[in-house]
Design a protein around this ligand. Structure first.
Ligand code: CP
Length: 311
């Protein structure tokens, strides 16, 4: 297919064909990891800016690695040491980065819709690296890539997403993407963190974790987002962990070859036991590595790298 989009704002907007095309492109580009020189000239002279208003380890550094492997020039803007501290708003910030020469701006922001607003302001590409509780499309894509790579297809798989669904932009992007590509998505968490209306996105809602896990092909455990919690959504971390924390006994309810995923960062001992996170079913670090391939694919497609052969 011919890629037409300027921006990546969410998976809700993408078709199944577009998602599969991104995943196919990532599969081709992942081979760059195995080369003695991990660099191709696909995006030579392109300027990629990261603009993260919230903390990040994985997303920011893997976008940086992806851009560098494609030979783009990378620039990291940190709001805490930029003119944001003098009151400069998002619109002026992205206009100035574009004036400096940005071909792509990758934005993480606490407000839902921030990257969409930026995309409507500048002519260069904008990639959403997480906006409030709305979407985290590159995480959704790397999760789907990892599942597809391990299982061959997404069609018909039972994917259980466990935890703090309400606050999770990762969950929203996974739900949109997985449902479009034919997976059965089951959401599980305490009722205060999983409103029943989320079923309208195409998923099934189940409040009992043991029931949810029966026959699962994939278990994706979400971080309990302590920084976004209002008081009273659950009685205590201990009780949350007891009812919704994943341990080895619970994981046995899933299929014997089920994949265990977590987007990171993990609260070990809260939503997931450390032995399970490090166990044989865990693909958590493979998710992180696949994030570089998926982000390479997105930069490659959005910035017109398709004219340069990378095979
Ligand atoms: N999964 C994820 O978004 O991790 P970071 O917050 O470290 O980028």
């Amino acid at each position: 297919m011919v890629w037409k989009r300027k921006d990546l704002l969410g998976l809700r907007d993408l078709s199944a064909v577009e998602i599969e095309h991104i995943l196919d492109t990532a599969a081709r580009l992942k081979g760059i990891f195995d080369r003695p020189v991990r660099k191709v000239p696909a995006l030579r002279s392109k300027a990629v800016f990261t603009l993260f208003y919230e903390a990040s380890t994985r997303t920011r550094s893997s976008f940086d690695a992806a851009a560098k492997m494609l030979s783009a020039d990378t620039y990291a803007i940190s709001p805490s040491t930029s003119s944001v501290t003098k009151g400069e708003g998002l619109v002026d910030t992205v206009l100035n980065l574009e004036a400096i020469g940005a071909d792509a701006i990758i934005i993480r922001h606490s407000c839902a819709g921030a990257s969409e607003m930026a995309a409507g302001t500048v002519k260069c590409s904008v990639l959403n690296a997480g906006d409030g509780m709305h979407e985290h499309p590159t995480q959704g894509l790397l999760d789907m890539f990892t599942i597809r790579e391990k299982k061959g297809s997404l069609q018909g798989l039972k994917v259980v997403i466990v935890g703090d669904i309400l606050h999770s932009r990762v969950a929203k992007s996974n739900i949109w993407g997985l449902c479009k590509c034919g997976a059965e998505v089951v959401l599980c968490g305490p009722p205060t963190l999983l409103p029943p209306e989320m079923a309208a996105m195409g998923a099934t809602v189940e409040y009992d974790l043991d029931r949810a896990l029966e026959g699962a092909d994939v278990v994706n455990v979400l971080r309990l987002q302590l920084e976004r919690q209002a008081k009273g959504l659950f009685p205590s971390i201990g009780e949350y962990s007891c009812l919704y924390g994943l341990d080895a006994d619970r994981l046995r309810r899933a299929k014997p070859d089920a994949l265990l995923m977590h987007p990171g960062p993990m609260n070990r001992g809260v939503e997931i036991r450390g032995d399970v996170a490090d166990g044989e079913r865990s693909v958590i670090l493979e998710q992180v590595r696949n994030g570089v391939a998926v982000r390479m694919a997105l930069l490659y497609l959005l910035l017109g790298g398709a004219e340069v052969a990378v095979d």
